[in-house]
Design a protein around this ligand. Sequence first.
Ligand code: FAD
Length: 425
Amino acid sequence: MAHIVIIGAGLGGMPMAYEMKELARPGDRVTVVSNAPTFHFVPSNPWVAVNWRKRDDIEFPVAEYLGRKGIEFTSAGAKRVHPEKNQVELGDGTLLDYDFLVVATGPRLAFDEVEGLGPEHHTQSVCHVDHAIAAGSAWEDFVKKPGPIVVGAVQGASCYGPAYEFAFIMDTDLRRRKIRDRVPMTFVTAEPYIGHLGLGGVGDSKTLLESAMRDRDIKWICNAKTTRVEAGKMFVTEHDDMGREKRTHELPFGFSMMLPAFKGVDAVIGIEGLVNPRGFVLIDEHQRNPKYRNIYAVGVCVAIPPVEVTPVPTGAPKTGFMIESMVTATAHNIRAVLDGREPDEKATWNALCLADFGDTGVAFVALPQIPPRNVNWFSEGRWVHLAKVAFEKYFIRKMKKGTSEPVYERLVMHALGIRKLKSPD
Ligand SMILES: Cc1cc2nc3c(=O)[nH]c(=O)nc-3n(C[C@H](O)[C@H](O)[C@H](O)COP(=O)(O)OP(=O)(O)OC[C@H]3O[C@@H](n4cnc5c(N)ncnc54)[C@H](O)[C@@H]3O)c2cc1C
């Protein structure tokens, strides 16, 4: 019988555990290793950061729910993967043997690549619920003494949707408090244009998001490298289309949230053949590492190239819809190997982005993620905000219930009115 170990209990790791358990043979063991006892729904962090959600609304301890499905769990964390020995060294020093390993650790947040960046220094973050809680407390102080806001994503970032989302959410919160007129807002981004999203744009995302920002009096600086942050001041260099320095900006702020670049986690970084130079796990079209063929990866920790070269480096986002299809492909492929067959399932590599504005929102669907595409769809309206609220509740319920139905795919098919999504070929 096989032991399948999954590292990470986030948006990728939790569905991975349930789907793997359903597809494994009776007697196969599935174990989840996380570095925290809880799951939290990352897409809701921006709401936590303005205190529209409390921690308990989006976070719950996982051991009990996984246990109900016969899935073992430890929160000792993975200190180091030893692929030559088929072992994971845990944070408490024990060694866990595996037959198959699925890496689902999400990113290491590379705040250290920009001096003064991040919650331990001068800017807030919404990448983790702990950061969002700290941001929520800073937000309460800020609204008592409003001033300028700088929000966005630094060079090398791959996740832009939440930066836009958080800008619009703050705008909505400030308008509700009737203090928006006292808060100049600047959006600073490595993207070559507003609405690029690390995806080369989706349909008319440029026009749509520029228009939304103009409507809400949010200024922007694109092709921006954030060079340094001091208390209350951000130093930004703007580049032209050729990547040459064009202008420098010193932006004062009373509150700032900047998304960092991502890297791979310490447990895998530097392992030759397993990860790329930034620590992202190398995978083939079946989610399997080409060198260590019993190691698979899903979620933000996988290595995928940027959609296109941009004057200031940007990465490609890995969103929930794509992650869900990686999970399904991985579970089927591990089962195939258990049955003595070759892996044959591929993830669909499509992108869905629901960007909540706090009262309304915009939704983008890119099929496939890399242009040219078969479908470039977007829509805006209050339905996006309502869908995002409903989706949060649905996803958390699903993680407690332990079912593996594809929720993102269902949402997209509903929005597009189509029956079946295909892999790229
Ligand atoms: C603020 C924000 C909002 C987003 N909103 C959306 C959205 O609306 N829609 C969308 O489609 N996508 C969204 N995304 C993108 C993406 O869906 C999320 O980042 C998602 O959480 C990625 O899932 P993951 O499993 O790869 O990583 P995570 O959900 O971050 O999970 C990683 C897990 O690994 C664990 N872990 C880390 N290191 C170790 C270790 N050494 N040992 C053991 N466990 C470890 C963590 O504790 C966690 O349980 C958003 C991303 C961010 C940052």
